[in-house]
Design a protein around this ligand. Structure first.
Ligand code: UDP
Ligand code: XDX
Length: 208
């Protein structure tokens, strides 16, 4: 009933705790991990798990990774999860699944709460950025140019759903957080990556 898609770019140090949880859950018809051109051994970590793998030779960006997963998805519902979550539990994912699969929402957005101040705050200010979502598959299939959006994929999706007038539900995900860019890459490279992310988001916001 649900296809889980996890885009992963250089997440060798982070992805195993996420895969440990999701591969124990009976809820997923498919788990697809898209290795978006990682050069840090992410692939070697993923192959130990019972998941479908799509591997890009070169990095194409988060939007392209998600789109590749969607093209292989067979279920009517899709869950998107980041590969660097800390504190993930099956109960988080059940609370995200329910509003779409049982209650008919087009999209459920998961928002960190009571996890860490910095990441809770970021999602309170900008909930439309969240990478944790459940959607009807056709929502993803009907988003024009999704493969070009890179980090703009979330704002593009949120805007698309709102423009169509489809119901969206925000779900708090308590005691969940993720590794921030500066924690993964150091302050200088992390901040540069953050600026590139804002650029991707801006590009999507100004187009059409
Ligand atoms: O070019 C990219 C950049 C990111 N990601 C993945 O997209 C998710 C969110 O990225 P990141 O953690 O960098 O975003 P943040 O949450 O720090 O903004 C993670 O699973 C990344 O591995 C990806 O597949 N391709
Ligand atoms: O919440 C945010 O401000 C950004 C950056 O998170 P951090 O400041 O690195 O914790 O992260 C989100 O935004 C990206 C773009 O929409 C998504 O791709 C990430 O999944 C999401 O965590």
């Amino acid at each position: 009933m649900i296809t889980l898609i996890i885009p992963a770019y250089n997440e060798a140090d982070n992805i195993e705790p996420v895969l440990d949880v999701v591969t124990q859950m009976p809820d997923f018809q498919q788990i697809i991990v898209v290795d978006d051109g990682s050069v840090d051994g992410t692939y070697d970590k993923i192959i130990k798990y019972p998941v479908e793998i799509i591997r890009f030779d070169l990095n194409r960006g988060k939007g392209a990774a998600i789109w590749a997963g969607v093209q292989s998805a067979r279920s009517p519902f899709v869950m998107l999860l980041d590969a660097d979550l800390i504190g993930l539990k099956a109960t988080h994912l059940h609370s995200l699944i329910r509003p779409v699969v049982e209650d008919g929402a087009a999209m459920a957005l998961g928002l960190f709460g009571a996890g860490r101040f910095a990441t809770d705050w970021a999602q309170r200010v900008a909930p439309h950025l969240s990478g944790q979502r459940v959607l009807r598959r056709e929502v993803l299939e009907s988003l024009p140019l999704i493969e070009t959006t890179r980090y703009g994929v979330e704002v593009a999706l949120t805007r698309h759903v709102r423009q169509q007038g489809w119901p969206v539900v925000e779900v708090p995900l308590f005691d969940l957080t993720h590794r921030m860019k500066e924690e993964k890459l150091g302050y200088v490279s992390g901040f540069a990556a953050r600026l590139r992310m804002y650029w991707d988001i801006l590009r999507v916001l100004v187009r059409s």
